[in-house]
Ligand binder design. Structure first.
Ligand code: CP
Length: 311
């Protein structure tokens, strides 16, 4: 199995075939991760740098673990403890790291387009681990993997993405991926947190009514309010947001079916999701995190151009 892309900068430019290759390869790595010995030598002698210019728990640990499971050599870079604080540019920082013979770069950055900029200037394969409000492609792949694992398909699955759509890279990558794979997508949230014309631009439905959206969907992917990315007041209070768009046990019990609850994390409990929903059997939030390791192993492996999953 091979890819048409050299980098993973976003889902927007991937073909349906590329997405299928990532998901099928992730299935093979999920099987590897069930074994008593969870490590394979697939990326032995490959060196990967994890460049995190923005905070992360899940994505960072997941990439690090995926790299270790593939036997790669890894370097971890955190902007706050680096010479970036002395004024070094992104390109100088990366070129200095690459001069130490690094093969692949995993990067998270608060600036949308930062990994695309790097891809134009450096020879290494680049994996976008989240850039500003643009894309978070490995999150969308692990979300799709988790939906398919749970429902058996992506085609015609009804997925609602609920919350702060405007500032969410997870929402955009999920929409691109789900549309390419034939799923039906509705976004739901306060009108101030949903971009105008998103329906026409991306071929999805918009519904501002949470109850109607939950009645419609098979899967609800619930997003955090990205307060750190908002420079103006877009809703009156978190309490009011919870009353109108928070998912409670009572709301789910009133539906005529049982839906799957997803969240990319970190959760703000009591705001977008109540604890008794986040921790319920309908929630696959921790399965998403578990699947993230297999998906990132697949991404690293396929972009490294090594051609056999050895054991
Ligand atoms: N889902 C996600 O990107 O989480 P982190 O910010 O903790 O990596």
């Amino acid at each position: 199995m091979s890819l048409s892309a050299k980098h993973l900068l976003g889902i927007r430019d991937l073909s349906r075939e590329d997405i299928s290759v990532f998901l099928q390869t992730a299935e093979q790595f999920k099987e590897v991760l069930q074994r008593p010995v969870k490590k394979v030598p697939s990326l032995r002698d490959i060196t990967i740098v994890n460049l995190f210019f923005e905070n992360s728990t899940r994505t960072r640990i997941s990439f690090e673990l995926a790299e270790k499971r593939l036997s790669a050599d890894t370097i971890n870079f955190t902007a706050s403890s680096s010479s970036v604080s002395k004024g070094e540019t992104l390109l100088d920082t990366v070129n200095n790291i690459l001069s130490m013979k690094v093969d692949m770069v995993v990067m998270r950055h608060s600036a949308s387009g930062a990994p695309h900029f790097l891809a134009k200037h450096i020879p290494a394969a680049i994996i976008n681990a989240g850039d500003g409000i643009n894309e978070h492609p490995t999150q969308a792949l692990l979300d799709a993997f988790s939906i398919r694992e749970k429902t058996g398909k992506l085609e015609k699955v009804k997925v609602a993405i609920i919350g702060d759509i405007m500032h969410s890279r997870v929402a955009l990558s999920n929409i691109y991926l789900l549309k390419k794979m034939g799923a039906d997508v509705t976004v739901c949230g306060p009108p101030t947190l949903i971009p105008k014309y998103i329906s026409e631009a991306l071929g999805i439905q918009v519904n501002y009514n949470l109850k109607e959206t939950l009645e419609w969907c098979d899967v609800a992917n619930v997003l955090r309010i990205q307060l750190e990315r908002q420079n103006q007041v877009l809703f009156s209070s978190l309490r009011e947001y919870n009353l109108t768009y928070g998912i409670s046990r009572r709301l789910l019990d009133e539906l005529h079916k049982e839906i799957i609850i997803m969240h990319p994390g970190p959760i703000n409990r009591g705001v977008e999701l109540d604890s008794d929903v986040a921790d319920s059997k309908q929630s696959i939030i921790l399965q998403q995190v578990e699947n993230g390791v297999a998906v990132r192993m697949a991404v690293l492996y396929l972009l490294s151009n090594r051609n056999a999953i050895s054991n």
